[in-house]
Design a protein around this ligand. Sequence first.
Ligand code: SF4
Length: 328
Amino acid sequence: MKEALFYDRISDIVVQCALCPYLCSISPSRHGQCGVRTNRNGKLFSMTYGRISTGMVLPIEALPLYHFHPGSKVLLIGTQGCNLRCPFCNTWRVSQAGARTRFVSPEDLLNIAKTREVDGVAFGVNEPVVYYEYIMEAAPLLRNAGLFVVVATNGFISEPPLFELLAVVDAFLVDIKGFADTFYQTVTGGYRDEALKTIISINIKKPLEVSALIIEGHNDDENALDEFFRWVAMLQPAPPPLHLLRYEPAFQYIEPATTPMRMYYLQEKARRILHYVYLSNMDEREAKVTYCPSCREVLIVREKGAIHFEKMLHNSCSSCGKVIPVVL
Ligand code: SF4
């Protein structure tokens, strides 16, 4: 176990974790709400430091990140635990059950990444906030070796740890589980505005993409979505790319999958005010095309696991010269 980086002692024996907005008060031998941080003799420890449950090499588009080193390969890793309790989690075996793990030190992780010849390492699968200490140690090692580091998170993290994380991570994906505050809180247990605050902070400092799960009939209320699209469009210095994730039954949710028709309708709606809107869990070409926001030429096509640069020349549209926010 690794001593946690963000906590306070609130008595001789009780500690308060300061990593995420729950600010759990934890008595000796008890855990925080995420289940993977524990009080041992008045100190807070991370129980999943280096305890890797998942490791796989993927195209970065699978995360999904479309505007950060498109076409690159990442080693995606995860541990155990999460600070939210989403009943539709599609990685619930690692986030909400006791998946098998093996210890991989930050140095070993670097060696694995080199052996697998990836361009970067992605921390995700389960919520990376709950294995924060591992990322803080591994990320500088990986970056010093020339690899990039990305984090796919629910954004439910307190500001002081987030600001330190921003210094060691190259790009982020933040996944929003719902747009209506009541849905977010009732279903995930968290507070939507904390995740929105994280998006604002990251977008100022680092390449960011935002994803949003669409569960037809549950969290796709048009007024709430319109408000969310407008909110994304107002983000400074520029709105991030938005991925709408098509829900499919998982874990405790057995409602039918969101229909492709609903997804295309929402993509069209979002595209009226946002330049880069993509659909995930969909095979059709149109779901994943990047268009030039100026002249509407096709810039990047992602199809059957392959990526084709059409009218893209370096960072610009080769047809009209518009600069496109893509990190190559
Ligand atoms: S990271 Fe875990 S222990 Fe810490 S405040 Fe969040 S849920 Fe509680």
